[in-house]
Design a binder for this molecule. Structure first.
Ligand code: PLP
Length: 403
């Protein structure tokens, strides 16, 4: 059976060119970048070249503003704790949003235990932060605003440029978790007024376990991991040279292909959204209708358990997800969908389709062909999908489109 991968927000396949480049730095060119001899210098040169490529992907003013990490979780920890610790004398207040990834939320909760105060901004029905709420939340103790660029579940893109402008006006640092956006959406940290930006390689065809944090020149930040002088004292530990080389190659490819990738993914996504909304009864589109990642479609199907839907799609060879990969395995409904005002019932029936550059229109058509049969079967087994489901009047879910 053909297998179709529609879960690119969980992870992406490593690009073959990126993998080949990485392999060379595991086997032939295996030097430690801190060594003074030619093996070491070879590795150092490769890291410096990768830094240039990553800087170019996000429009950084200088490659020196890129610090390699082990991925998104580490980048978020370093940005938030690092800024909090270095600016403690100035203030102890941080602003974030209720729909952030746990790498941000749990880091903020940890800082609360250390005496910081955190405001978790609510979001609107599309998962977007309101600028008015942000403005009102700022106090003279606010040192950091951390709002994600694009949401990992529903794909909503936040007004980062405006947030960055406001932060700069008020002399507050602005960090954005751009793990889902980098390589999949055009970013320019200078135009977007971003001070710190987290990225993770495995979300855009680089190997897993490597990422980077952009830190604008002049930002006051402490290291949180101590040891050697690696990454200019910002991140101790022997560099993951092969991973960094793979990340550099993936960044180069993403920069080269960005414009056509965005258009292509949006075409596939729009076909899925328009067909599902037109043909499937009792469905709600989650996330913003227009301000969303080009490869993200997220729906709630009433009278269906997300897990059963995933298993049935898997039996047809289609890999998708319900909620975020990090929370799958737990039966708790997604904190993102709840923050957007969905009821537990509606949140439970969610399906996330995240597309990648290798997906095709034929795969989309196949998905659109099998989905209605699966939903019909699951709904027929649901005790809730009785009389009420067929009458708009008694539809228990005002958020859902009933035919
Ligand atoms: N932030 C967001 C928005 C994510 O989607 C993820 C992973 O899914 C992370 C952070 C964590 O990244 P990593 O898996 O590289 O630690």
């Amino acid at each position: 059976m053909k297998r179709i991968y529609f879960d690119h927000s969980a992870t992406t396949p490593c690009d073959k060119e990126a993998a080949a480049a990485a392999l060379e730095y595991m086997t032939e060119k295996f030097g430690n970048a801190s060594s003074i001899h030619s093996f070491g210098r070879e590795a150092r040169k490769a890291i410096d070249e990768a830094r240039e490529k990553v800087a170019a992907l996000i429009g950084a003013a200088s490659a020196n503003e890129i610090f390699f990490t082990s991925g998104g979780t580490e980048g978020d920890n370093l940005a938030i704790k690092g800024v909090a610790f270095a600016n403690r004398k100035k203030g102890n207040h941080i602003i974030t949003s209720a729909v952030e990834h746990h790498a941000v939320l749990h880091t903020c909760e940890y800082l609360e235990k250390l005496g910081f105060t955190v405001t978790y901004l609510p979001v609107d029905e599309y998962g977007m932060v309101r600028m008015d709420d942000l403005r009102k939340a700022i106090t003279d103790k606010t040192i950091l605003i951390s709002i994600m660029l694009a949401n990992n579940e529903v794909g909503t893109i936040q007004p980062v440029q405006e947030i960055g402008r406001l932060a700069r006006e008020k002399g507050i640092y602005f960090h954005t978790d751009a793990v889902q956006a980098v390589g999949n959406y055009p970013i320019n940290v200078q135009e977007m007024n971003i001070d710190l930006l987290t990225m993770s390689g495995h979300k855009f065809h680089a190997p897993k376990g490597v990422g980077a944090l952009y830190i604008r020149r002049g930002v006051r930040i402490d290291a949180v991991q101590h040891g050697g002088a690696h990454e200019r004292n910002m991140r101790a530990g022997t560099e993951n040279v092969s991973g960094i080389v793979g990340l550099g190659k993936a960044a180069e490819i993403a920069t080269r292909d960005m414009a056509k990738k965005v258009v292509y993914l949006a075409q596939l996504r729009d076909k899925i959204i328009s067909e599902v909304m037109a043909k499937i009864p009792h469905v709600k589109l989650n996330g913003h209708p227009t301000e969303r990642l080009p490869g993200n479609a997220n729906f709630s199907f009433l009278y269906v358990e997300g897990e059963s839907l995933l298993l049935n799609l898997d039996l047809k060879g289609i890999a998708a997800s319900s909620g975020s990969a990090c929370t799958s395995g737990s039966l708790d409904p997604s904190h993102v969908l709840l923050a957007m005002g969905l009821t537990h019932e509606v949140a439970h029936g969610s399906l996330r389709i995240t597309l990648g550059r290798d997906n095709t229109m034929e795969e989309v058509d196949y998905f659109l062909e099998v989905l209605p049969e699966i939903l019909d079967r699951l709904r027929a087994m649901s005790p809730l999908f009785g009389e009420s489901a067929h009458t708009a009047v008694s539809n228990p879910c005002s958020q859902c489109r009933a035919h």
